[in-house]
Every structure is written in C-alpha cells, then in structure tokens.
Design a protein around this ligand. Sequence first.
Ligand code: FAD
Ligand code: DHB
Length: 391
Amino acid sequence: MRTQIAIIGAGPAGLFLGHLLHKAGIEVTILERKDRAYVEGRVRAGVLEQGTTNLMKQLGVDARLKKEGLVHTSTNLAYDGEIFRINMAELTGGSTVTVYGQQEVMRDLFDAAAERGIKIIFDAGDVTLHEIESDHPFVTYKKDESEERLDCDYIVGCDGYHGVSRGAIPASAYTAFERVYPFGWLGILADVPPVNHELIYANHANGFALASMRSPTRSRYYIQCSVDEKIEDWPDERFWDEVCLRLGPEGSHNLVRGPSFEKTIAPLRSFVGEPMRFGRLFLAGDAAHIVPPTGAKGLNLAVSDVTILGEAFAEFYNLGSPKGLEGYSARALKRVWKAERFSWWFTSIMHRFPNTEAFDRKMQIAELSYLKTSRAAQTTLAENYVGLPIE
Ligand code: FAD
Ligand code: DHB
C-alpha cells in the first residue's frame, strides 16, 4: 500500500491532521492501535480554545459544537473560602473558551472522516516505523493476523505519550525535558447539574479541586490526590464530601450529588521532546509533549501543532516549498513552551505540594490575592487560558 502521509494514531492530533490534509488534497492513511469505540470512549479534555473551535468550523465539523458547546466568557478561582471571577472575554478583547468534551470532538471527527472517505485503519498492531532518515520511509503493522506495509512520503507520529513514534528518533538526536508532579487528579463524571454555570478552580489546604461540566445536566469534577491512591478508596460520598470542602461554602452551596459513572486517576507531568521532526518523521500532540491538565491545554496544543503542520504540508505539496516543513519544529515549539509555562505556573499556584514549607503556601495565597485585585495579573491568566496565537 502507498499513501502520501502516514499518520500514526487516531486521537485528536491524528484526526484533525487527517482532515486538514484531506482538505488540501493530500492523501493520508491513519493507523490506530485500538478501535473507534475505545478512542471515542476516553474521557479526557473538556475546554476548547477559540483556535480549536475555529478549526472545527473551518473543517465543517462544527454542527453539533454550535448547538451543544457551552461558550464561557469567564472563569473562577477560589482560595481560603473566597471566590473571584476573571472575565476573560473582557480582558482579551472578546476571546472565549467552549466547553465541549473530547469525546464529542472525536465523534464529530470520526463521523466526518467516514463521510469524506478519510482512510483510518483501526486495530493496527505492532506499528513499526522504518527508514525515517531516507526518502522512502515506510510503516509496517499487523492487521487481522497478516503483516502489512505502508509506503509513504512522510510519517507523522500522533500516537500520544505512550506511542512508538517518538522512540524511532535516535537518542543522540533528541533531548527530553521533564517534570513529574508528586500528585494526580481523581476525576468523576455524574449526571447532575453543574454547581455553577462557569468553571471553578480551587486551591484548598487539602489540595486542588475543579468544578467543570460537559452539559447543563452533566458535571465533571476533579480533586488532587496522591499518585498511589486507589479508586476503591474513593466511594462517591467521600469524593463529594472532599470536593465540597475544597470548593468552600460559597463554591459548593448549590452542589448536587449523584452517582458517578466514571472515576479515574491521571498522573500529572510536564514533558517536551526536541526536536519535533527527525528526517521524514514529524511528531505532533502528546507524542511530542505533555502538560499537566490545570490549564486545559493538552488537546488545544495538539490542534495548534497540526494546524502548523497542515499548513506546511499544503505549502510543500501545492506550492512546492519545503520551508514550512523545515521550520515546523521551531515554530511549533515556540507555542508549546509557552503553554508548558502556563500549565506549570497554574499547577504550581493551585496544588498542595507535599514536603513544602508553610512559606510556599503563603506564596500561593499571595499570588491568588494579587490575581484577585490586579487587572494586569488577570490579563496574563486570561490571554493564556483562551489560547495564545500561533506565531
Ligand atoms: P492521544 O489522545 O493520546 O491519541 C493518540 C492515539 O494514538 C490514541 O488513539 C492511541 O490509541 C494511538 N496509539 C498509541 N500508540 C499507538 C501505536 N503504537 N500504534 C497506533 N496507534 C497508537 N487535556 C485537557 O485539556 N484536559 C483534561 O482534563 C485532560 N485529561 C486527560 C486525562 C488523561 C488520562 C490523559 C492521558 C490526557 C488528558 N488530557 C487532558 C490531555 C488530552 O486528552 C491530550 O492532550 C489529547 O488527547 C492529545 O491528543 P493526541 O492525539 O496527541 O494523543
Ligand atoms: C476540564 C479539564 C481541565 O484540565 C481543565 O483545566 C478544565 C476543565 C474538564 O475536563 O472539564
């Protein structure tokens, strides 16, 4: 089999890129290790930047987003029993974010891919990259017990943090930068109305909490927990008690409890690997970098990577210029590092760090108190939260 671009992974990065390239008249084949139901079933991100919703519109996959997406102009921070609101739209000249779950985004992208004939091979096992330093790279994989080979011009690794693509770059040509945080997020979904019509991020002496949502009838809550915590130790009642405590009396007085139907723990990590291109292999999304979820940047960063890469491939195939491809890594990394900075900073001021001193908590409170009253500080948060431009 032959294709122009082989994409490894049908998560947000792989599917958005598939759509962008298909629209530019470039042939793609997407290889995905799991099946569609598995990819679509993963409960992950919930907040889309304007750049992400714009791309959905541009690709014509925004029909449900327009109807069901919840546009948020403001967000809220809570600490020491106080809550304050940051009006992001006012501070950024009108930018907003939209609450629309990653599962919904994936459903829209898969439906449109099927309609448009974008080729996705599910259940592709043992995906292996070959000869990425040559001008004839190829990918081998197993499908229904038979060995397959896919020849291509370029390979794009969109296979997430645990994928195989990143490992195809020789260690001598690659530098990894990493910070692992000594805690995780325990997240639940429940069919109860959200406690507030906007998100609340809370810093409590017991640790971080976040009140989010998926719809007017579905809530998403997170609390910071230790990485070795067991789900079984968090029956719903214990979770609700803790989330109410951390949100504070004002943040939780409307909170409606109900049975959770999803409960998982995710570790927190910052990671960037450089460069994002080696030979005929490009990396995009979580395959290239990870942010802690505090600023809701992970999915949006995958989208800005593939926006840059999609433009570069279109320039190459349709205008004959390799410039965009040559500059991809540097251009993408510029935005990646800024999102890393924001996610690291927001994580740092909102979480309880074990083995830190009373002084560190005082610094967090001072930072939040400054944010509460300073328009300059709020503007900095707002412009990062709604998403920085691609330079
Ligand atoms: P992924 O979504 O990881 O997709 C990669 C795809 O590649 C997957 O479908 C995988 O099956 C496939 N794949 C992997 N290996 C192979 C292989 N060898 N061969 C073929 N296919 C392969 N972000 C937020 O903004 N907010 C959140 O609340 C949030 N929560 C998260 C919770 C968890 C547990 C995780 C892991 C991430 C979370 N994120 C969150 C981050 C966000 O979901 C990711 O940044 C986003 O999914 C990145 O998209 P991606 O396409 O780069 O990678
Ligand atoms: C959600 C996740 C985040 O990481 C975040 O910062 C805001 C919202 C969510 O899943 O709803």
